[in-house]
Design a protein around this ligand. Structure first.
Ligand SMILES: O=P(O)(O)OC[C@@]1(O)O[C@H](CO)[C@@H](O)[C@@H]1O
Length: 315
């Protein structure tokens, strides 16, 4: 069972344009689609599509239309009562696959709602193999909230995976999660490297800068770090070694949710007992498949190109 937590869920509104985005100009949308989103929701949807048991935990009022959208996609979920309505995040998708995103800060979570959320997480984590803490923290939750939850789960059997950014990422990295999933920007926030340079050199076949930064982070957490590098692939860094995978070439439609699909791919393969190369292969295949889909659409198993992922051990 994989339990995901989306502290700051979002309705993802994707606006597809027929041509390139021009700053300051009026555009007519070619297509507008709303989908339930937020990183933990996306992870759970991919796990569900793989046929494995999952539960998405989130703060939302029972009468929030967001809950209807979770029902519409048949996602098992547990919503903990919250005060406002779930935010809407905007994606502008251009025909060449360029994705521009504008994320709302989210609805403030009261102290009562935060306590209820934490109680639910602890109860659900008890029987889980993995607890995935995903996404930004809404106003009202302190930067070390994920770190606090992680510390509270220390006596439980479940492993904790974290995918977040900014101050919550810095705080949780110090709390030693079993798995961290930064992208190049998030890794660079922690190590001071140049994120674009990391992806560029990895795309040219030299992942050494990203690998060194991932090693620094993994040494700090004592666990595993799955670093996604966009079209350049991904790195898996454990206490025992570093693996690099290149991604299959895909026609990118929307990168939204690709990192979440990668995390889900890792967790799915872990539940199935894969070795490190298999974990990374699954992560990259899922991320690539997600990038080829519109909006925040989760990939299904039939879309995975595992044979197109090339994995090598770096150390
Ligand atoms: O604002 P956050 O919580 O950092 O990210 C939220 C978000 O951008 O993440 C998902 C893609 O990873 C989307 O479904 C959602 O809109």
């Amino acid at each position: 069972m994989i339990v995901t937590v989306t502290a700051n869920p979002s309705t993802d509104r994707t606006i597809e344009l027929a041509g390139p985005l021009r700053r300051g100009e009026v555009h007519r949308a070619a297509r507008v689609v709303d989908q339930p989103g937020g990183k933990g929701i996306n992870v759970a949807r991919v796990v569900r599509a793989a046929g494995l048991p999952t539960l998405a935990v989130l703060p939302a009022r029972a009468d929030d239309p967001f809950i209807d959208s979770l029902r519409a996609v048949a996602l098992p979920h547990q919503a903990v009562s919250a005060d406002g309505t779930v935010r809407t995040n905007l994606t502008v998708a251009e025909p060449d696959g360029t994705t521009t995103k504008i994320n709302d800060a989210g609805t403030a979570v009261s102290a009562e709602a935060a306590a209820a959320l934490r109680t639910t997480i602890m109860a659900r984590a008890e029987g889980a193999d993995w607890l995935a803490l995903c996404g930004s923290l809404p106003p009202g939750l302190p930067d070390d909230w994920y770190a606090q939850v992680l510390a509270a789960t220390a006596s439980l059997h479940c492993r904790v995976a974290v995918d977040t950014s900014g101050a919550p990422l810095a705080a949780v990295a110090a709390a030693r999660p079993a798995l961290l999933k930064p992208n190049s920007d998030e890794l660079a926030e922690l190590t001071g490297d140049d994120p674009a340079g990391m992806e560029r050199s990895a795309a040219q076949g030299d992942p050494s800068v990203a690998a060194a930064a991932s090693r620094t982070l993994a040494d700090r957490t004592g666990g595993t770090v799955l670093t996604t590098l966009g079209a350049a692939g991904a790195l898996l860094t454990t206490p025992d070694g570093i693996w690099f995978a290149t991604a299959p070439a895909v026609a990118v439609r929307s990168t939204v949710g690709a990192g979440d699909a990668s995390l889900a791919g890792y967790l799915i393969a872990h539940l199935r007992g894969a070795d490190e190369a298999g974990l990374l292969r699954s992560a990259v295949a899922h991320g690539s498949a997600a990038a080829a889909l519109p909006g925040t659409t989760p990939p299904t198993p039939d879309l995975l190109d595992e044979a197109g992922v090339s994995v090598s051990r770096l150390s």
